[in-house]
Ligand binder design. Structure first.
Ligand code: MG
Length: 383
């Protein structure tokens, strides 16, 4: 079932077009990264704006950079050279590989200023990017932040946005290592997150094999449920807080991802940013396999009574809603028996298995099976 609400608005908070590439060829103990880290504006004093309209006057770009830097914990010994030089110098731990992901976070595409508090927008920007590191089984280490912003975003709003970012960075173990700032007509952020994984342990999308058991963490569809509550204007009601939290403050599954990588349980993994039907398709395509999933095994949100007018279908939310930032992973059958029901407090649930046939089939409670088409978020799909 298509989500009819999406055709009414171009805004869709789950838009994601990341480039995920494990950097496997790094042999030196020092890596000088110079494509996103070169930050000329962070080293000069050209004026950006004198005229902030949300309560603070910004004198120079240098002051803006200083405000960004002050918000984040000091890098200390975690970084040989960080903000303030032409490029950052990173030092991966011996025996590890770097895992790098980039993520765009744009006003009116990924957040709405009227709806999303700046603290939540900042937190979510970091969580979204870090989720891709979790999905590789890696530990989060460094954050690079490029900001383009209009004058009216440069004052108190920005401070609160950075506060949310810094809180997420602390929680996920990220050190701000560099970036860039520029004046622009709307608010845009580009985040690069660098993680670290023991050599050869990164979990790719391409490793699923026929017979592997398919698992998901947490519940699927809760973030989409939260977004529907926002669309219905119910997001200020405290009674829905539990469902809104996942939309406003998603939690990347770093501990679970690292646990699976360390024990070599998972043969393939992806984060559920676009919806189960779409993310499972990504894994199946990359692995050259298909899958069967059973609808009654999918962990669904408990849609409360009294929301009939929203016409919420929990299974549709799980299959086609995005932004849960859970992980979807496959485990060889002989290892699956050893998996606990939850890892570090996060439940994991078997929802089906990988098949040789390249189709993805959904089996309902009555045993009827149908081909599952990817119905989740794709920013470039015409509607
Ligand atoms: Mg992803």
């Amino acid at each position: 079932m298509r989500n009819h609400t999406r055709t009414k608005s171009s805004f869709r908070p789950g838009a994601e077009s990341t480039l995920n590439f494990p950097v496997r060829a790094l042999r030196k103990s020092y890596v000088i990264v110079n494509h996103t880290l070169r930050c000329p504006l962070w080293n000069h004093t050209e004026p950006v704006s004198n005229n902030c309209t949300d309560g603070q006057t910004m004198v120079s770009e240098n002051e803006l950079i200083e405000r960004v830097r002050r918000r984040f914990p000091s890098a200390g010994s975690r970084l040989p050279t960080g903000i303030g030089d032409d490029a950052a110098v990173l030092r991966p731990r011996p025996g590890t590989e770097l895992v790098v992901t980039t993520d765009a976070f744009l006003e009116n595409v990924h957040f709405l200023r009227k709806i999303h508090p700046p603290d939540a927008a900042g937190y979510k920007a970091v969580a979204r990017a870090t989720s891709d590191i979790a999905a590789m089984g890696a530990r989060a280490r460094y954050l690079f932040l490029t900001l383009g912003l209009p004058k009216e975003s440069a004052g108190a709003w920005l401070d609160r946005f950075l506060g949310g970012m810094a809180r997420a960075a602390r929680r996920f173990g990220l050190t701000l290592a560099g970036g860039d700032t520029t004046l622009y007509s709307s608010f845009v952020a580009s985040l690069t997150v660098i993680g670290e994984v023991d050599r050869g342990r990164a979990i790719l999308r391409s490793g699923a094999r026929p017979g592997d058991v398919l698992y998901v963490s947490g519940k699927l569809g809760e973030a989409e449920f939260g977004w529907r509550l926002v669309q219905a204007g119910l997001h200020r009601q405290k009674r829905w807080a539990e469902f809104l939290r996942k939309h406003f403050y998603p939690e990347p599954r770093l501990a679970l991802g690292a646990w699976l990588a360390a024990r070599r349980y998972a043969s393939a993994m992806i984060d559920t940013s676009d919806g189960l039907s779409t993310d499972l398709k990504h894994v199946c395509t990359a692995s050259g396999v298909g899958a069967v999933i059973r609808s009654e095994q999918i962990p669904l949100p408990q849609v409360p009574l009294g929301l009939g007018r929203l016409q919420l279908d929990a299974l549709d939310l799980a299959l086609n809603g995005g932004e849960d930032y859970e992980v979807l992973f496959t485990v060889p059958k002989k290892l699956a028996a050893r998996l606990p029901g939850s890892v570090r407090g996060v439940p994991i649930t078997a929802i089906g298995e990988i098949t040789r046939s390249r189709q993805i089939r959904l089996v309902d409670v009555a045993g009827n099976s149908k081909v599952l088409q990817p119905g989740g978020w794709d920013p470039f799909r015409s509607r």
